[in-house]
Ligand binder design. Structure first.
Ligand code: URA
Length: 195
């Protein structure tokens, strides 16, 4: 694919506004054969500076929940719907989501995970192609054709939601535990039962 080496996008100039606002393309992070791929929205300021997804405050929340669920960050792959930081941290425009989608599809096809976890409303709606009420739907699973085959997509709150509203912490952590259970990790504290 144009500008893509394996799962990494090396160059891309499809979105004019994002080319102007980014300092670098932020590719997915983690093993290229991970069983679980977490998909966020788009890089923020810290991610743009470091070139790695989820390294700011949201990343700290995610890392903590992964650890507590028995999932080491180093064992999962973390990526975004859009690989360049939008200006002023705005949501990615639908055209930008569409432009970046072939890279995400290719990444999912190559990594070939069993479970895809969407972090927040934007990736949930992008991958499920429907409206998502993420606060109500966090923890639910749908089978979706992605990256060449059907996969389980687990809807999850964005980790930042727990920073704005502490009452979301439990639901966020239970959803990450469910991801661990789905990935076959026994260290998780999940008491959500079978799914
Ligand atoms: N939020 C996201 O959606 N993605 C990141 O990489 C960081 C914060």
């Amino acid at each position: 694919m144009d500008g893509m080496d394996g799962v990494e996008v090396e160059s891309c100039t499809h979105c004019e506004a994002l080319v102007d606002s980014r300092s670098q393309i932020v590719n997915g992070d983690g093993p290229a054969d991970a069983d679980v791929v977490f998909v966020g929205e788009a890089p923020g300021a810290n991610e743009d500076a470091e070139g790695v997804p989820f390294v700011g405050r949201s990343g700290d929340v995610l890392d903590g929940a992964l650890r507590d669920a028995g999932l080491d960050r180093a064992d999962v792959r973390i990526t975004n719907c859009v690989r360049c930081r939008p200006p002023d941290n705005r949501d990615p425009a639908s055209e930008e989501l569409v432009n970046c989608r072939p890279y995400l599809d290719r990444e999912l096809e190559l990594v070939d995970p069993e479970v895809v976890v969407t972090l927040g409303k934007v990736p949930g709606e992008h991958l499920l192609e429907r409206d998502v009420a993420v606060t109500n739907e966090t923890g639910s699973v749908e089978r979706v054709a992605l990256g060449g085959r059907e996969r389980d997509v687990l809807l999850c709150l964005h980790p930042a939601a727990t920073l704005y509203d502490a009452s979301q912490k439990t639901a966020f952590r239970e959803t990450i535990e469910r991801a661990a259970t789905m990935a076959g990790v026994s260290g998780g504290q999940s008491n959500l039962g079978d799914f």
